[in-house]
Design a binder for this molecule. Structure first.
Ligand code: UP6
Length: 272
């Protein structure tokens, strides 16, 4: 899979959200997902408007935004159409099926109604997938499982990661891939005899100028993530907008373009 182009993979993918993401990556020549982790509404929208042209995907944590209401989501959707990117709410669901179905569909945020992609921790077992699928599958959404994490001392390793991959293989209509640090084809027990399995690997913990932060985050470069580890999408947050608070639009744009170019060059080096 890692040797195929995004376009080849888009043509074969059965899940609407995964297909749309692969097509967007190819169309925009961008495997950059920007993680917009700021609490101010105006700053949130300004960053997205600035990085939108360079990104295939915008990742949100809507629960950190002050004065949230659904008009913010309308603005986000307008920017998504104007700049041609998909939306990924990084909700990291982790409860029983019934509860996650309610958290995904309802409440203040109504995530399933606007987020093309979301994610979940595999810790509750397969019922978390069926719970989320009952809401998201009819809407054409896609789910990522957190098979690994970027943080120092992460417990998502070894047999936990293997079982996450096994769970995903049993639900390929809705689970489109993983949050992970490397490709997962060789992990777990493969039941795929046709070899048509295509899980997307989205990788956070990407930075060009820093090795980590003071709270356990660890960064690798796009080359390490995409060329060497075979991941499909780089997720970059503070590497693009710094600490947030009075953002400098020109510098944010420059960094977004820089990470877009680095991510794409790393992909081209991989498929060569
Ligand atoms: N994230 C990680 N590591 C994981 C999973 N998710 O960093 O294993 C998320 C964080 C944050 C973003 O919740 O939104 O990716 C990384 O931001 P940064 O680039 O500013 O460190």
């Amino acid at each position: 899979i890692a040797a195929q182009t995004y376009a080849q993979r888009a043509a074969k993918h059965a899940n609407p959200a995964a297909k749309a993401l692969l097509e967007t990556i190819e169309r925009k020549q961008s495997n950059l997902c920007v993680s917009v982790d700021v609490t101010d509404r105006d700053e949130f929208l300004d960053i997205i408007d600035t990085v939108g042209p360079y990104a295939c995907l915008i990742k949100t944590h809507v629960d950190i935004i002050e004065h949230f209401d659904l008009s913010l989501i309308e603005r986000l959707q307008e920017l998504s159409s104007a700049h041609d990117f998909l939306i990924f709410e990084d909700r990291k669901f982790a409860d029983i099926g019934n509860t996650v179905a309610l958290q995904y569909s309802s409440g203040v945020h109504k995530i399933a109604s606007w987020s093309h992609i979301t994610n979940a921790h595999p810790v509750p077992g397969p019922s978390i997938i069926s719970g989320l699928a009952s809401v998201g599958k009819p809407l054409g959404r896609g789910l990522l499982l957190l098979a690994e994490m970027s943080t120092k001392g992460s417990l998502a390793t070894g047999s936990y990661t293997e079982e996450a991959v096994n769970m995903a293989r049993a639900h390929r209509d809705f689970v489109i891939g993983f949050i992970a640090q490397r490709r997962m084809e060789a992990v777990g027990t493969s039941t795929d005899t046709n070899n048509d399995e295509d899980f997307l690997i989205l990788s956070p913990g990407v930075g060009l100028d820093s090795k980590g932060d003071a709270m356990g985050q660890q960064y690798r470069t796009p080359k390490e993530v995409v060329t060497e580890s075979g991941c499909d999408v780089i997720i970059v947050g503070r590497g693009i907008y710094g600490k947030g608070g009075n953002i400098d639009v020109q510098s944010v744009q420059k960094q977004a373009e820089r990470y877009r170019n680095e991510g794409w060059a790393a992909y081209q080096a991989r498929i060569r």
